[in-house]
Each structure stands twice: as structure tokens, then as C-alpha cells.
Design a protein around this ligand. Structure first.
Ligand code: MTE
Ligand code: MO
Length: 546
């Protein structure tokens, strides 16, 4: 996404610096009258460009504020950003995830903002020539954002409001600044004392900046307070998880903690701002190929017998050795319970999940109902689901990558077929069927790290949901595979920590690890990239021992 963005930006910069009116009014051989004014003219242009930028900022600040009280996603910059995400070609998206990781969104929003402000500067400069040109460009800019906001999968009429407000405030601000500037210091006696002074212009600029900042800030605060989850008390599970064993966290410094905290849990989704869902009015609908369409309130779910399980979630975009994996304790209603209430028909092979904003995720019905602990989760690590992880409810299916199973903010499950319906990721070329591949990761030592010679640990994690890890082996400098010691088990759907004591001799060393599941399937050495059904291969790192 960022590659295309910077291309666009470069083009904009080029057009900004093009010598548009440098030649206006000057003829060959003419007295360099204009030339004497040149620095002044450039300064004026720059001042008007600043007016444009400020107008855009004021418009966006107030638009953001309006979006916060109506629908955060419809805020102009976010709307453009999300549309860019949805339309970014898969390879570019993968590249961005690989290079920027969880910062990809910050970089995206930043790029959109810079692009918008550059164009707003152009609009301001144009306003010097004729106000309507500048206003026209501003309106055009907002028009693009408005179009983006109204092309989201689920749209309400109020989603147009932030864009409209942005346009009105932006154009009004530009008019105000241009007006102040053009009437500054007029000595016309008829205008007399009403002519604005240089001070008034500066005050105007300052005021606009304050409005922009205050609007943006207030928007954040309001969106935050509206997003409070409120008082949700989770019931005790009918089927609790087994006691969680102490892992190797203390024994092996630098190893991934056996339990991932909510704050440290990786997050992958297509959103730039989190949906605000009121659990009181939220409903989960089951429809499609079912005997009886169903609709459950949040309280309905809490009143059902709940299961609690330790499950490791993994993202298909995770590279070998990558960070998009986490282990948590999930509380929820077994998927089976809900599907049985609806009575699944014979023709469906897919559960098409939809989130509150119309994002879709397809799950193979046969796998989700083969006896594994698939659930609609309402709790994570003993708390209600955090907003980033799907409040009020999400699907969790052990052994399937998140993009075909873990729909967050879910509010509909439609029983259908792959022939009839496709979902967000599969539309972009990702696999329909994607069981999590057996994998292991070295956490310590880190690649390229300097290690002190002597006895130390090589340690990490391995996962093979839903079968479970059987063994982990470590290879030093291409030698024989040595069996690592496994940490305690928290069930077959959960990752396992492991370590090998290593007498590190001075020099460069290569370390590798591989896992085998309990049925004897060995992690393959054949390297594939994450697209379209998950990375495979063995992680190899270099360390230097001194
Ligand atoms: N509504 C929604 N659910 C979603 C996604 C999304 O973009 N939107 N991303 C999926 C992907 S690709 C993964 S790997 C998991 C990640 O869950 P987490 O963010 O709680 O770790 O959520 C899945 N559920
Ligand atoms: Mo994912």
C-alpha cells in the first residue's frame, strides 16, 4: 500500500513545484519587474498554500469530531485509508505487512494525511488566483473521502455527515483566511476601521489551528468514551479449562511467555478504528441453509453453558519465525450448540461470518464441526473480549488460521456454500481451506545476537493445533537434530515451550529448529511464503558467540 502511496505523493510534489505561473505576464526582454516581485510572489503563494492546509486541517478536525459521535469509520481520512486497504493488491499488502508489521496502518494513515495536505496546499495556492479554484479542489478532495465512506460494506445515511461537515468547514475556513488576507491593511477610508490588520490574519490562522486541533482531540476522547465496554460480568464456565501449568518463563530467559497477555496479543484485521458495539443491542443471527433462523442477544449467549479453553491463534500472514501468534484462554459458547439450535441443512459447506461492518470471513463447515472446540467466544484471559479482539463476540476455531475462522465483532453466521458465496480474503486469492501448519520458533538467542560463550539455552515455542506438539528438535551448524526438552502441556490446541541446553563455543553458529506433531508429521523444510495458505519451512538463525 505504501509503495503506491509514495508514488502518488511524488507525483503530487512534482505538480506542486511545476512553474505554473512563473511566466505569467513576463515577455522576453521585458523589464524584470516581475522578477523583483518573485520572492514576494513565492511568499504569497506559500502563505495561501498554508491557508489551504489549515482549512483542510480545520475541516478534518471538525469532521473527525462529528464522526466520533456518529460513526468513527466515516471520518474522511479513515474512510480513505480503509478503502485503500480494501483495494490494495494482495502482494503489496503482504509486502507492507512484512515490512511494517503492525505499523502498516500508522504508515498508511500518515501517507493519506500527507497526500491530502499536499493537495490542500495546492488548493490554497490556487485560491490566490481565484477563490473558486481552491474551494473546488477542496470539495473534490472531500468528495473522494465521501465516496470512500459511502462505499463501505455497511452504510448509514449519517455516514455522509462527517464528509459534508468537513467540506463546509474547510471551504468556509479557506474563505475566511483568504478574505482576511486580501482585506488586510486596506487604507480605503470607506472600509476604514473594519479592514482587518496583520494581527487579525495571524489571529485567524491561530484560531483555525486551534479549532482543528481541538476538533481532532475531542473526536478521539468522545470515540474513546463511547467505546467503553461497560459492566460485563462473565459467568463461570460449565466446562472449565484445566489448571494452567507454569511454563518455562522463569527457567529460560527470553522465551515467549506461556500465556500471552491481552496487551501483548497480536492483532490483525482490516480496520483503522475499532468498531463501537453496544452489547445491549447487539445480536448474533444464524441464517441461510438452516431449519430455523436464530437470533441471540449477548445475554442469551451468556446464559448458555459455556466452555473455557486454552487455544493458540495464528495468522496466515505470519512468516516463519514471525510474531503473529498468541496463546490465550477463551470463554465461549460451543459453535455446535448454536448451530444445533438453528438446525443446519444438508447443502451447506461453509459458514459465512459477517462482522458488524459487513466484513466477511468464510469457514469450512466440516472442519468447524468435526469435534474440535470451536466456539463463539465472549471472554479472553478472564475478561470480556477486548475491543481489539472482537468485543462483544468472535469466532475461535482451533487449528484454522484466523482469516478463515476467527471473525471478530461477529453478528451473523450464514450457512451457505463456497460455490454461492466468497468472503473478504478468499476474494483476494487466499485459500478457502487453510489448516495451521506445524511450526516452531526460536525466541532465544535472537538472530544476529552476540552470545556469551559457555552454557546457555536455545529456547522457543512450537505449535501443531489441533493435534498437538510431539517433539521439537534443534540443529546446530547443520549437525544432527537434537531433541529439545518440552515445557508443560496446556492441551493440544495450545503452543508448547521448549529449550535445549547449549554449550556455546566462540565463533559464528547457525541454529535451526523443527517440530513434529503427536501423529508424527514433521515440520517441512520446504519454504513457502504465507500466500495463499500459510508459510512453511524451518527457521534458521545466525548467532555469534564470543
Ligand atoms: N471482523 C474481522 N475479523 C477478523 C479479521 C478482520 O480483519 N476483521 N482478521 C482475521 C485475521 S486475518 C486474524 S489472524 C485474526 C486475528 O485475531 P486477533 O486480532 O484477535 O489476534 O482475526 C481474524 N478476524
Ligand atoms: Mo490472519
Amino acid at each position: 500500500m505504501c509503495a503506491t502511496d509514495s508514488g502518488v505523493r511524488a507525483a503530487q510534489l512534482r505538480s506542486l513545484s511545476s512553474p505554473r505561473d512563473r511566466g505569467v505576464g513576463s515577455r522576453p526582454g521585458a523589464i524584470p519587474d516581475g522578477r523583483r516581485d518573485e520572492p514576494l510572489r513565492v511568499l504569497t503563494k506559500l502563505r495561501y498554500a498554508l491557508f489551504g492546509v489549515l482549512s483542510a486541517l480545520a475541516g478534518m478536525g471538525v469532521g473527525h469530531l462529528v464522526a466520533a459521535v456518529t460513526q468513527p469509520e466515516s471520518s474522511p481520512v479513515l474512510a480513505v485509508g480503509e478503502t485503500v486497504i480494501d483495494h490494495t493488491p494482495t502482494p503489496v499488502k503482504n509486502w507492507a505487512i512484512a515490512h511494517f508489521g503492525t505499523h502498516d496502518k500508522t504508515i498508511l494513515v500518515g501517507s493519506v494525511l500527507i497526500g491530502v495536505l499536499v493537495l490542500a496546499g495546492v488548493a490554497g495556492a490556487l485560491a490566490h488566483r481565484a477563490f473558486r479554484y481552491g474551494a473546488g479542489v477542496l470539495v473534490l478532495l472531500v468528495g473522494v473521502a465521501l465516496y470512500a465512506a459511502l462505499s463501505r460494506p455497511v452504510v448509514h445515511p449519517v455516514d455522509a455527515l462527517p464528509g459534508i461537515v468537513t467540506a463546509v468547514v474547510g471551504v468556509a475556513t479557506l474563505w475566511l483566511l483568504v478574505h482576511l488576507d486580501q482585506h488586510r491593511g486596506t487604507t480605503d477610508t470607506r472600509a476604514g476601521s473594519t479592514a482587518p490588520s496583520r494581527r487579525a490574519v495571524l489571529l485567524g490562522i491561530g484560531g483555525v489551528a486551534v479549532v482543528a486541533a481541538a476538533g481532532g482531540y475531542a473526536g478521539r476522547v468522545i470515540a474513546h468514551s463511547r467505546a467503553a465496554i461497560g459492566n460485563v460480568t462473565l459467568p463461570r464456565p460449565k466446562s472449565p479449562a484445566k489448571a494452567f501449568p507454569a511454563g518455562l518463563d522463569r527457567k529460560v530467559p527470553g522465551i515467549t511467555p506461556f500465556r500471552t497477555t491481552v496487551d501483548d496479543f497480536y492483532r490483525v484485521d482490516t480496520r483503522l478504528s475499532l468498531p463501537i458495539v453496544d452489547a445491549g443491542s447487539w445480536e448474533l443471527v444464524i441464517d441461510g441453509d438452516v431449519a430455523r433462523s436464530q437470533s441471540f442477544s449477548f445475554d442469551d449467549l451468556l446464559a448458555m453453558p459455556l466452555i473455557e479453553r486454552d487455544i493458540t491463534l495464528t495468522c496466515v500472514s505470519n512468516e516463519i519465525g514471525g510474531p503473529y501468534v498468541g496463546g490465550a484462554r477463551w470463554l465461549g459458547v460451543p459453535l455446535r450448540t448454536l448451530l444445533d439450535k438453528a438446525g443446519v441443512g444438508r447443502s451447506s459447506d461453509q459458514i459465512l461470518s459477517t462482522d458488524v461492518d459487513g466484513m466477511t470471513i468464510s469457514t469450512p463447515l466440516a472442519l468447524a464441526t468435526d469435534g474440535r472446540d470451536a466456539m463463539i467466544a465472549v471472554g479472553m484471559n478472564g475478561e470480556p473480549l477486548p475491543r481489539a479482539h472482537g468485543f462483544p463476540a468472535r469466532m475461535v476455531v482451533p487449528g484454522l488460521y484466523g482469516f478463515i475462522s476467527a471473525c471478530k465483532w461477529i453478528n451473523r453466521m450464514t450457512l451457505t456454500t463456497y460455490a454461492d458465496h466468497s468472503a473478504y480474503w478468499t476474494d483476494r486469492g487466499w485459500a478457502e481451506d487453510a489448516p495451521i501448519k506445524i511450526e516452531s520458533r526460536i525466541d532465544t538467542p535472537q538472530g544476529l545476537q552476540h552470545v556469551k560463550a559457555g552454557r546457555t539455552f536455545i529456547g522457543g515455542i512450537a505449535w501443531a493445533q489441533p493435534i498437538g506438539v510431539g517433539t521439537v528438535e534443534v540443529q546446530v551448524d547443520g549437525g544432527r537434530w537434537q531433541k529439545a526438552t518440552l515445557g508443560p502441556s496446556a492441551g493440544h490446541d495450545y503452543w508448547r515451550q521448549w529449550y535445549l541446553e547449549w554449550d556455546a563455543r566462540p565463533g559464528q553458529h547457525q541454529l535451526a529448529c523443527r517440530a513434529t506433531d503427536r501423529e508424527g508429521h514433521v515440520q517441512t523444510t520446504a519454504r513457502t511464503s504465507p500466500f495463499p495458505n500459510g508459510a512453511s519451512g524451518v527457521q534458521k538463525i545466525q548467532v555469534s558467540v564470543t
